[in-house]
Design a protein around this ligand. Structure first.
Ligand SMILES: [Zn+2]
Ligand SMILES: [Zn+2]
Length: 391
């Protein structure tokens, strides 16, 4: 279920429950008083679901009430499923894994863990500005709103022949924990089979420390693919992860197996990954990556001539598009991103890395016209977006 659907379910459920609460508060039944107490908590926000309440109450208009809260926005939502969901920072949703840990999906897929700029959307400063209300950031405070964006990152779920999925993470930025918290339970993702790093800015690798939860509690280590130049930077920014001999005995940090890559193709669990070298500001190199006919470039201000041949016959291009008007020194703006799409000719394009001047619905409306006028199939990606891919 997509977030927007949760919003609809949420609105109708809250309306229903607030009416129900009124009735409950006037009921002499101890059971109803119990429910009313919980509902009072709900009305204040910051409430965790009552399992017993969920089990005992079936509203007329809802199959099962599994009550949940978006902790950071204080919004109560409901999920009409059999899943007992008790905690969430956003959405805790459908479990897509069967008991043996295999996804029900039989294809490879991409899950967008983040599609926004470094400071995230909403910007805190937009919500505290007394002089001007930023429509995109305020819209982004609502659960399920597609303007809500964290640092760019994508999870490639590579489906191997036995139907098992290998989870290959591209970038773990500053907001990785929050992205994982929202989307890993939602999509039933537990392990991380590899991490690939595009470059060493904080919004691409600031979450490496949080991988400790995986290597402490899920798996022994995580292979991480990184260029030597970025490893050099990490040996300063994350020195204790690169040289674990400095770690105080008994302290648990992320156990990462650093695999140095160059700008030549490499293999991750048998999957061929082709680096797409690009400029991300003058003199600063970042990598995009190609798997099969899928190309991902999240941080780019210029595509060098030698990289264009690597982008030929692209089915899906995921491309940096910071804002609607002009480019910055480090990122494509939408006009330049569109020029690149015209040059590269992918069958389909999804933009990523959008800042708060890019309203999801408004920009998608504009982009939709390009399908009619130029045959360009382009839309904005959004956090939590899941798409099936052929590998
Ligand atoms: Zn804003
Ligand atoms: Zn960057």
């Amino acid at each position: 279920m997509q977030p927007v659907l949760h919003m609809r379910a949420c609105a109708s459920w809250i309306m229903h429950c607030s009416m129900h609460k009124m009735a409950l508060l006037h009921s002499p039944s101890s059971l109803h008083l119990h429910s009313a107490r919980h509902l009072s908590s709900v009305s204040r926000g910051g409430f965790l679901a009552s399992r017993s309440w969920s089990r005992r109450h079936h509203h007329r208009n809802i199959r099962v009430c599994s009550l949940r809260v978006q902790a950071d926005a204080g919004t109560v939502i409901s999920e009409p499923t059999q899943v007992e969901a008790e905690f969430v920072d956003g959405v805790l949703g459908l479990q897509q894994m069967s008991a043996d840990g295999r996804s029900k999906q039989k294809t490879s897929e991409l899950i967008f863990l983040g599609t926004g700029t470094s400071e995230g959307i909403p910007r805190v400063s937009c919500l505290t500005n007394p002089d001007k209300k930023c429509p995109v950031c305020w819209a982004a405070t609502k659960l399920g709103n597609r303007n809500r964006r964290r640092n760019t990152s994508v999870l490639l779920r590579y489906c191997v022949p036995d139907g098992h999925h290998l989870n290959i993470l591209v970038d773990a930025g500053k907001f990785f924990y929050h992205s994982a918290l929202q989307w890993f339970p939602y999509y039933g993702i537990r392990n991380l089979d590899a991490v690939i790093i595009t470059h060493s800015h904080a919004d691409a690798n600031g979450g490496l420390d949080d991988l400790r939860d995986w290597t402490n509690n899920v798996q022994a280590t995580i292979p991480i693919y990184v260029t030597s130049r970025d490893l050099q930077v990490m040996s300063k920014s994350h020195y204790y992860l690169v040289d674990t001999s400095v770690v105080t005995k008994g302290t648990a940090v992320s156990k990462l197996q650093f695999q140095e890559i160059t700008e030549e193709p490499f293999f991750v669990h048998g999957l061929k990954v082709v680096p797409l070298p690009v400029w991300h500001g003058p003199g600063y190199r970042s990598l995009g990556f190609r798997v099969g006919n899928i190309c991902y470039i999240s941080d780019v201000s210029e595509i060098p001539a030698e990289t264009y041949p690597l982008l030929e016959n692209c089915d899906l291009l995921i491309l940096d598009a910071l804002r609607p008007d002009h480019s910055s020194t480090t990122h494509f703006g939408m006009p330049q991103a569109l020029e690149e799409v015209r040059k590269i000719h992918p069958k389909q394009t999804l933009f990523t890395g959008m800042m708060h001047t890019m309203d999801h619905d408004e920009i998608n409306g504009q982009l939709a016209h390009l399908l009619d006028s130029e045959g360009l199939d382009i839309q904005l990606s959004y956090d939590g977006m899941q798409i099936a891919i052929d590998l």
